[in-house]
Design a binder for this molecule. Structure first.
Ligand code: HEM
Length: 206
C-alpha cells in the first residue's frame, strides 16, 4: 500500500513539473520578454496577465499549490536520494546530480523572487510594472542573482523534461532518448535566451 502511494506521489511530482509548472515557466518568461520592445509593451502584457478573471484563484491552483507540492517532495527526494553511479553513464549521472542541485537553487530563487514581487504587490508596497523590475535589476548583485536563478530554473525544467519523457514511457529506446537529449538542449538554450535577454533589458536598458 505504502509503495502504491509513493509511486502515485512520484508520478504526480513528475507530472506537475511539466503541467502546469513548466508551461507556466515558459509562458512567464515569454510575457516578460515583451520588456525588450519597451516599457509600454511590458506594462501592457503584464497588465493583461494581472487582469485575468479569477487571477488569485488561478495563481493558487495553477502555480502556487503545484510548486509547493513539487518543491516539498523535491527537497525530500534530494536529501534521501540513493547514489546511482552504477545506473547511468557519465553524462546522465552528471545530469542527475545537476537536476538536484538546480532544484535547490531554483527553490531559493523562486522564494525570494515571489517575496519581492508578488508578496510586495499584494501588500500594496509595489506595483507590477517595468519600474519594479528595473529597480531590482539595476543592482548588480541582484542582476547576477537573477541570472543564476533564471538559468538554474530553465536548466532544471529542460533536463527535467528529458526525465519526464522517460518516466512516462514516451522515450524508451536509446535512439529516442538521444533525440530527446538534443530536443531538451534546444529548449534549454531558447528559453534561457528569452529569460536572460529580458534581464539585460531591465538592467542595462538595451
Ligand atoms: C519552476 C520550477 C520548477 C520546474 C519547472 C520543475 C520541473 C521539473 C521537471 C519537469 C522534473 C522532471 C520530472 C521527472 O523526472 O519525471 C523535475 C524533477 C525534479 N524536481 Fe523540479 N521543477 C521546479 C522546481 C523544483 C524545486 C523548487 C525543487 C526543490 C528542490 C525541485 C526538485 C526536483 C527534483 C528533486 C526532481 C527529480 C525527481 C526525480 O528524479 O525523481 N524542483 N522538476
Amino acid at each position: 500500500m505504502a509503495e502504491h502511494r509513493e509511486f502515485f506521489y512520484r508520478r504526480l511530482h513528475s507530472f506537475l513539473g511539466v503541467v502546469p509548472i513548466g508551461i507556466f515557466l515558459v509562458q512567464h518568461l515569454t510575457v516578460n520578454h515583451f520588456a525588450v520592445y519597451g516599457e509600454e509593451s511590458f506594462n501592457k502584457a503584464a497588465g493583461f496577465m494581472g487582469g485575468l478573471p479569477f487571477v488569485l484563484l488561478l495563481e493558487i491552483f495553477v502555480i502556487y499549490l503545484p510548486i509547493l507540492f513539487h518543491a516539498i517532495l523535491g527537497v525530500y527526494i534530494v536529501f534521501t536520494a540513493r547514489n546511482n553511479t552504477g545506473r547511468y553513464g557519465f553524462f546522465r549521472n552528471w545530469m542527475y546530480i545537476l537536476q538536484r542541485i538546480t532544484g535547490i537553487v531554483t527553490l531559493i530563487f523562486i522564494a525570494w523572487h515571489v517575496f519581492e514581487t508578488r508578496v510586495q504587490i499584494g501588500l500594496g508596497n509595489a506595483e507590477a510594472n517595468y519600474s519594479l523590475m528595473e529597480g531590482i535589476l539595476t543592482n548588480p548583485i541582484m542582476f547576477w542573482f537573477y541570472l543564476i536563478g533564471v538559468v538554474s530554473t530553465v536548466f532544471h525544467f529542460a533536463n527535467g523534461l528529458w526525465s519526464f519523457l522517460v518516466t512516462w514511457g514516451l522515450t524508451q529506446s536509446p535512439r529516442s532518448q538521444r533525440i530527446s537529449t538534443y530536443f531538451c538542449l534546444v529548449v534549454f538554450f531558447v528559453v534561457s535566451y528569452l529569460g536572460v535577454r529580458t534581464l539585460i533589458q531591465f538592467a542595462y536598458g538595451v
